[in-house]
Ligand binder design. Sequence first.
Ligand code: SAM
Length: 249
Amino acid sequence: MADTAHFGAREVLLEDKQALVDGVFRSVAQRYDLMNDLMSFGLHRAWKDALVTAVNPPKNRPFALIDIAGGTGDVASRVIAAGGKGTRAVVCDINPDMLAVGRERAALRGLGEALAFTEANAEALPFPDRSFDAATIAFGIRNVPRIEEALKEAYRVLKIGGRFLCLEFSAVNVPGLDRLYDLYSFNVIPALGRAVVGDAESYRYLVESIRRFPKPQEFAGMMRAAGFARVSYQLMTGGIVALHSGWRL
Ligand code: SAM
């Protein structure tokens, strides 16, 4: 039987998932960051701040970050702002439209030297082994068809002693909040997508894909299987988001 993957609530052929995901991000690229602010009431900023705090870029020595599925470069620019002069980041994303928005924004902010954008698949990163001090992926991993391959690649490109951090939507664990969250996600978010981006379907996919993503314990196990050590995770905002951490030792 052919391999399949989840595309939101649908089961699709594994090799078809990426093209479907690419269609979603092509459609939302121009208004992607605005929609994040609207959908999360600005909370995505606090979640990303927690990620940047964990990355903890040094002030006084060179530091190389790869931000996988980095989209418009939001996380990478925050890491550069938090680090010292020697902090460099590469944003890898499979979608040229997301990267184009990111490049334009980075040029406006004068981040040209510190921030590079590369079109690449998380399942096959175009970098040598042991190139980076840290690897991040924020709200990206659930879109990747072969999650195990992406984890192996993140591990491969990390230096020994490097840290992998993954921010992803998770499962709400507060009674009462879960029903409210479902109501909001399945009704308000697609309507917001229609109003702001002219596309409800893409946002329906994003909501459904969250429900299909492995629970934190299971994802931690997948990280261990990829080779990561000292794997841990913290849940934020009642479990809406999980921040996983693992080290290449
Ligand atoms: N990390 C950014 C952020 O937090 O703002 C963007 C997250 S966005 C929800 C998910 C991103 O994953 C999109 O930019 C999409 O193009 C990218 N993506 C999906 N599949 C990918 C793959 N196989 N390899 C690399 N990037 C991928």
